[in-house]
Design a protein around this ligand. Structure first.
Ligand SMILES: Cc1cc2nc3c(=O)[nH]c(=O)nc-3n(C[C@H](O)[C@H](O)[C@H](O)COP(=O)(O)O)c2cc1C
Length: 184
C-alpha cells in the first residue's frame, strides 16, 4: 500500500516542523509520494483530473499541514472543494475514495495541555478536526487517528522535532499495513 502525503504549507521557507517532516518523507520514495500543494499550484488553479488520478492510485492518504485558526491552510480547503466532487467522491456513483484510509499530520503551535475543555483552547484536537472526520465518513473512507506535534511555534525543541520526524514515518508505516480483521 503506497502512501500519498498532501502537504499544504503556505510558507515552507520559514517552517521548522513541516520542513523537517518533508525532509524525512523524501527519504522514502519507494513507498511515500509527497505532493506539495503550494508548490504545485502557486496560482491556485487546481488540475482536478490530475489530483483525482493521484488519489485513485493510493490507498493511504495523509494531509499534512500547520494548524491555522484551528483549521487547514486555505489552499487545502480549496483543493478539497475542487477535488472531492459529486459523482467522484460522493453521490451514488461517487465511490473513488471508498475504503481508503485518510490521516492527518498536523503541526500545532500551542501546547498540548491547552487542547482540553478546561484549557485555553477549550476544545480537544479531536473536536477541532471534526470536519475532517465528517468528510472522511461522507466519502466512505476511514479517518485515522491524527498525528501531531504540539508547541510547534516556540516550545518544541530541536530534539522533539527530530523525534517527531521519526515518529511520523512510524505512523505512516503502521497504517500502511492492512487493517487486521476485528476479533470475533
Ligand atoms: C495564520 C496562523 C494561524 C495559526 N493558528 C493557530 C491555531 O489556531 N492554533 C495553534 O495551536 N497554532 C496556530 N498557529 C501556529 C502554527 O500552527 C505553527 O506556527 C505551525 O504549526 C508551525 O509549523 P511550521 O514550523 O512547519 O511552520 C498559527 C500560525 C499562523 C501563521
Amino acid at each position: 500500500m503506497n502512501t500519498l502525503v498532501i502537504l499544504a504549507h503556505p510558507d515552507m521557507e520559514h517552517s521548522r516542523v513541516n520542513k523537517r517532516w518533508r525532509q524525512e518523507l523524501l527519504q522514502h520514495p519507494d513507498r511515500i509520494t509527497v505532493h506539495e500543494l503550494y508548490k504545485e499550484y502557486p496560482g491556485w488553479k487546481i488540475d482536478v483530473t490530475k489530483e483525482q488520478k493521484l488519489l485513485e492510485a493510493h490507498d493511504l492518504i495523509i494531509f499534512q499541514f500547520p494548524l491555522y485558526w484551528y483549521s487547514y491552510p486555505p489552499l487545502l480547503k480549496k483543493w478539497l472543494d475542487d477535488v472531492f466532487t459529486h459523482g467522484w467522491a460522493y453521490g451514488s456513483n461517487g465511490t473513488k475514495l471508498r475504503g481508503k484510509k485518510l490521516g492527518l499530520a498536523v503541526s500545532i503551535g500551542d501546547k498540548k495541555e491547552n487542547y482540553r475543555p478546561a484549557g485555553s483552547v477549550s476544545f480537544t484536537v479531536d473536536e477541532v478536526i471534526a470536519p475532517f472526520k465528517a468528510s472522511a465518513i461522507h466519502v466512505g473512507a476511514t479517518a485515522l487517528p491524527y498525528f501531531a506535534v504540539f508547541g510547534a511555534s516556540f516550545q518544541a525543541t530541536d530534539e522533539e522535532i527530530e523525534q517527531s520526524a521519526a515518529d511520523y514515518i512510524e505512523y505512516i508505516d503502521r497504517h500502511r499495513l492492512p487493517t487486521p480483521f476485528p476479533a470475533q
